[in-house]
Design a protein around this ligand. Structure first.
Ligand SMILES: [Zn+2]
Length: 167
């Protein structure tokens, strides 16, 4: 897999930015846990603008019977409602799991500025693992990508969930 984490140009502020992503990713992990009581795979997503969380959602596919109710889509919808616009061009989408084609496509359409994720999804990930939305010049919009933020913790959260299903 191409290292898509080296495309940033934030220079001296990188350490500070990384720490703030850790904090946001911890919040996204806590949000993800809220999916478990209703039998959904624990994925959590936030939308952050100017360092402030404006939407925080978890996967609700089982809960709602809606195949589009992934955490990222729900968080982006809520953020758009908050802001009163479909454009999220000053927003960062943060997800515990690498977004799928639908969610990455929604991020392209919402013109998000940046996508940050934790664990890669080697089977369905659309931001570097299987497809590479965000850096595909054929799409109308590209966004910055930061991957592997608390990646081990995010992967472990999913592993624990699937292990509990088999137990
Ligand atoms: Zn998705």
């Amino acid at each position: 897999m191409k290292d898509i984490g080296d495309t940033e140009h934030i220079g001296d502020s990188e350490d500070t930015a990384d720490r703030s992503y850790d904090d946001h990713m911890r919040a996204a992990l806590a949000e993800a846990e809220l999916a478990i009581p209703h039998g959904d795979v624990p994925v959590g997503a936030l939308v952050v603008v100017d360092g402030e969380v404006i939407a925080s959602r978890h996967n609700e596919r089982q809960l709602t019977g809606d195949p589009t109710a992934h955490a990222e889509v729900l968080a982006m919808r809520e953020a758009c409602q908050q802001l009163g616009t479909w454009r999220l061009d000053e927003a960062t989408l943060i997800s515990t799991l690498e977004p799928c084609t639908m969610c990455a496509g929604a991020a392209v359409n919402a013109r998000v500025q940046k996508v940050v994720f934790g664990a890669p999804d080697l089977e369905a990930g659309a931001i570097g693992s299987v497809y590479n939305f965000g850096e595909d010049p054929r799409l109308r919009h590209t966004f910055e990508v930061k991957h592997d933020v608390l990646g081990d913790e995010c992967a472990q959260s999913l592993k624990s969930f699937f292990a509990s299903l088999r137990a």
